[in-house]
Structure formats: structure tokens, C-alpha cells
Design a protein around this ligand. Structure first.
Ligand code: DC
Length: 256
């Protein structure tokens, strides 16, 4: 199933839709796509609207990378990788104040440190290691066993939940993606340059889509969402239409 999005979703764009939770069938929603095309923004919006759990699978690969870097693990050595994985415990906890779930590495909140460029520069290499993927995918699948989950990443619709009821594959122009990531990173580190951010995105996209295990690709039954020219409200409205088609419930419209 592939829809191409038109730039106007007129009657929905300015309203918020809350699905009635009580009668709602719980589904699994997967959001895959290129780096920095707004997957986590959409996933968080959807989870909030639907009362679902949001899981950022990329955060798991980032936390593993952080552990490897801190402990000087040689990740080209399969035995060292497998030993190191035995010492990694990952969990998510919801931060009520910030209204977001945050990742913990061995009980330390690493939600912010994993976003550093130092981690971003290595994470695609680490995420390409078969043992690392097996470790992460197992936990991701277990997080989805009760459904009612939105998970974003690169292989969620193809490998983690191939049976998911709704799969979205996101894309956006590279210039727009670089601009979005640069603004985000600049707030934390004003020394970062656009060139660095662009190189990092292109490198990760290349490694993620060319690795042997679970490369980034659109699942055949995923809906394509190009948000280059969409506002956040428009992309949410588009996704909620898809959700309603699957759940078959009437959405309750609330003026925002
Ligand atoms: O979504 P992100 O940028 O935080 O992801 C970080 C890296 O992890 C990204 O370069 C690819 C990898 N990743 C992956 O291989 N599979 C996933 N399901 C999620 C992320």
C-alpha cells in the first residue's frame, strides 16, 4: 500500500483528533526512514494522541555505542562485542515533567549524552553488527508484545514488527533534514558546523541502507510520507487518517 501525500490536507490540518481510547483496538505502528526526517517527532505526536507507548529504537543503538566508546570495546572483535553486550541493560522510563520516555543505560539516564556527535559518528557502524542487532531487536519485539506502541527506527516495519498493522516510511529533502538536525545540535553545541552535520547524515544514510543485516528500506506495505513541505500538524493529521482507517473508529474532533 503506497500513498503519495499531496501537500494539502485541508480540513484536517488545523484540528486535533483524539481517538476514543476506551473502544480502541490497540495496534502496532512502525515509523522508519532516513536520518533526521522527523520520525521521532511524528512517533511522539501519535503516541500522545493515541495514549500509546513510544519507543525510540535508535536510542538503543546509540546507548550501546556509548557503552562501547566509554569502555573502549573493540567492536570489530565479535567475542568482545558479545561479552560487552552481557553487561548492558537498557530500559525506558517516562519523564512526566518533559512528557517523554527516556533511555537508561545500566540505570543511568543517557537520553541527552547519546545525541552527541561523538556517538552519532560511530552509531551506524555499531548498529551494523549482527550481534548488536539481535540483542536490540529481541528487546524491541518484547516491548511490542502488548501492542499499543509506536516505534521508530530503520528496520521496524521490515524486521522487528513485519506484522505491524500500520507502517509508515518517512522521507524529506536532504537540505531540509540537514537544517533540522543542525538547529537541534547547534542549541547544544554552537561550534558544530552545517558541513559536519551534513557529512554525518549522509554517512549514516549510506551505512544504514547498505549494511548486510536489516538494511534501511521501505517495507512493501508501508505508506510513504514525504514531509519536506508539511507542518507538524499536517503530518500528524495524515497519520491519524491512516490510523482511523485501520482501527475503524470515529475520531472525536477537538478544536485546538
Ligand atoms: O534514529 P537515530 O538517528 O537516533 O538512529 C541512530 C542510528 O541507529 C542510525 O544511524 C541507524 C541506527 N538504527 C538502526 O540501525 N536501526 C534502528 N531500528 C534504529 C536506528
Amino acid at each position: 500500500m503506497t500513498f503519495t501525500i499531496s501537500n494539502c490536507i485541508p480540513s484536517y490540518a488545523n484540528h486535533r483528533y483524539k481517538i476514543q481510547h476506551a473502544f480502541m483496538k490497540k495496534i502496532i505502528i512502525t515509523i522508519d526512514g532516513w536520518s533526521s526526517c522527523g520520525k521521532s517527532t511524528l512517533a511522539k505526536q501519535l503516541a500522545r494522541e493515541l495514549g500509546y507507548v513510544y519507543i525510540d529504537s535508535g536510542a538503543m543503538y546509540r546507548a550501546i555505542t556509548l557503552f562501547f566508546l566509554r569502555n573502549h570495546i573493540d567492536w570489530t572483535d565479535d567475542i568482545k562485542v558479545r561479552d560487552a553486550l552481557k553487561n548492558i541493560h537498557l530500559s525506558f522510563s517516562y519523564n512526566d515533567k518533559l512528557q517523554q520516555s527516556e533511555i537508561y543505560l545500566n540505570d543511568e539516564n543517557v537520553e541527552y549524552v547519546i545525541r552527541d556527535l561523538v556517538v552519532a559518528e560511530k552509531v551506524s557502524d555499531v548498529a551494523a553488527i549482527p550481534a548488536v542487532r539481535t540483542f536490540a531487536v529481541k528487546q524491541q519485539q518484547s516491548l511490542g508484545r502488548h501492542k499499543g506502541i509506536v516505534m521508530d527506527g530503520r528496520d521496524i516495519g521490515t524486521t522487528v514488527f513485519p506484522q505491524a498493522e500500520l507502517k509508515i516510511f518517512m522521507t524529506a529533502d536532504i537540505a531540509v533534514r540537514v537544517d533540522r538536525r543542525f538547529r537541534e545540535m547547534y542549541l547544544k553545541n554552537p561550534n558544530v558546523t552545517i558541513e559536519e552535520v551534513k557529512n554525518n547524515l549522509e554517512m549514516r544514510d549510506y551505512i544504514d541502507s547498505n549494511r548486510e543485516v536489516s538494511p534501511l528500506r521501505k517495507a512493501d506495505d508501508a505508506v510513504l510520507l514525504d514531509n519536506t513541505n508539511l507542518t507538524m500538524d499536517e503530518q500528524l493529521a495524515f497519520a491519524l487518517i491512516l490510523v482511523r482507517q485501520i482501527i475503524g473508529q470515529t475520531a472525536v474532533r477537538q478544536e485546538s
